[in-house]
Design a protein around this ligand. Structure first.
Ligand code: PMP
Length: 353
């Protein structure tokens, strides 16, 4: 606490990401991709002339935005690039949600949204998930506000994704405020709504290179929306006089987008491993929420989630345990390689014996 801080800072509970261990562990706690990025990324890093870093990056990231536009079949004017999707979410909160009215969110979703809401003085109106642990689209559709709607699809930490038809039904009803779909995990089995942005000018879709493109160590994210919304994000960015994407990161991102075969192979491996892991966890007695993401939210009716978390940690396996009402008995387990998941199951077999 400090007398120099502005009032919002005193109440701010900073987002606490999963820990980054220093010792050798099996890391299944922050939903990174277990596979290396596309080989072309390695070539960019090897061949990059350091002298290029003398120059500032392109403030508009045109080359990267062109590559993203081609990937999603949208015009370049519909694409925004930033330092990870978290940065773009921060811009979006400032650009679209500060109407002095509540922002509608699911009660259980990415825990960064409340941090931004607090930081930018935005009231949140939280809507419980439905009885199937899904984002309640009806409740969000019926909620009236001048601010907006935000949720992750697939949602985190549950993994459930709504279909494009269900999202379209919401977008047909909600036309007067921004609907932000956070698609950080969309490539692991859900359908991207990026193309819908061409029909619904109030839809903003955010995406990241951190998950399905295996580039969490380089901060790269993007948003797709109508030129009107992209212009809104640009106004926030430009008022910081910031260059959104480093020169090297831009080249790395383009190399990752170019290799569609590597992308498909990695995501298919993650999906197949997720399915195998789910089956094995269920045979150990776990309840596993259906997931279209690269993680599973699980609970065991007979064992305490917090104790399982500690037991796994003691044996060198990091998963995520949320100290949050309703989630205390759950573990969120990122999907690693088959070997890593075999080790996880072996340890759980001893812990749940
Ligand atoms: N959205 C969701 C739902 C996430 O889980 C994450 C990663 N923690 C992000 C956005 C941010 O991803 P990044 O900043 O790495 O692009």
């Amino acid at each position: 606490m400090s007398q120099f801080w502005s009032p919002a800072l005193h109440e701010l509970t900073p987002y606490v990401p999963g820990e980054q261990p220093t010792e050798q562990v099996i890391k299944l706690n922050t939903n990174e991709n277990p596979y290396a990025p596309a080989p072309g990324v390695g070539r960019v890093l090897r061949d990059y002339a350091a002298s290029h870093l003398r120059l500032y990056p392109d403030p508009d990231s045109v080359a990267l935005r062109q590559a993203l536009a081609a990937t999603y079949g949208v015009p370049v004017s519909s694409v925004f690039a930033g330092n990870g999707s978290d940065e773009i979410l921060a811009f979006a909160f400032q650009a679209f949600f500060r109407h002095g009215a509540p922002l509608d969110v699911p009660e259980l979703t990415y825990s960064f949204y409340p941090v931004y809401a607090k930081l930018y003085d935005i009231e949140l109106r939280q809507h419980p998930l439905n009885e199937r642990w899904e984002v309640d689209l009806d409740a969000l559709t019926k909620a009236e506000s001048r601010s907006g709607i935000i949720f992750a699809n697939p949602n985190a930490p549950t993994g459930h994704a709504h279909s494009l038809d269900a999202l379209k039904a919401l977008l047909k009803q909600v036309t007067d405020r921004v609907v932000l779909l956070d698609e950080a995990y969309v490539d692991f089995g859900a359908e991207s709504a990026a193309a819908l942005t061409q029909r619904y000018p109030n839809l903003l879709v955010t995406g990241t290179f951190s998950k399905s493109r295996s580039l969490a160590g380089i901060r790269l994210g993007y948003a797709i929306g109508s030129p009107e919304l992209i212009d809104g994000l640009k106004r926030i960015k430009d008022s910081f006089n910031s260059y959104p994407v480093d020169r090297l990161a831009e080249r790395v991102g383009i190399a990752a987008l170019e290799d569609t075969a590597h992308f498909q192979a990695c995501r298919e491996s993650v999906i197949a491993t997720r399915q195998r892991t789910q089956t094995r966890l269920e045979s150990l007695g776990f309840t596993v929420l259906p997931s279209q993401a690269n993680f599973l939210l699980v609970e065991h009716p007979a064992y305490d989630g917090g104790q399982l978390f500690v037991g796994l940690r003691e044996r060198g396996i990091l998963v995520r345990h949320f100290n949050k009402a309703g989630l205390q008995n759950f573990l969120r387990i990122s999907i690693g390689t088959d070997d890593e998941m075999n080790s996880l199951i072996e340890v759980l077999e001893t812990l749940c014996a």
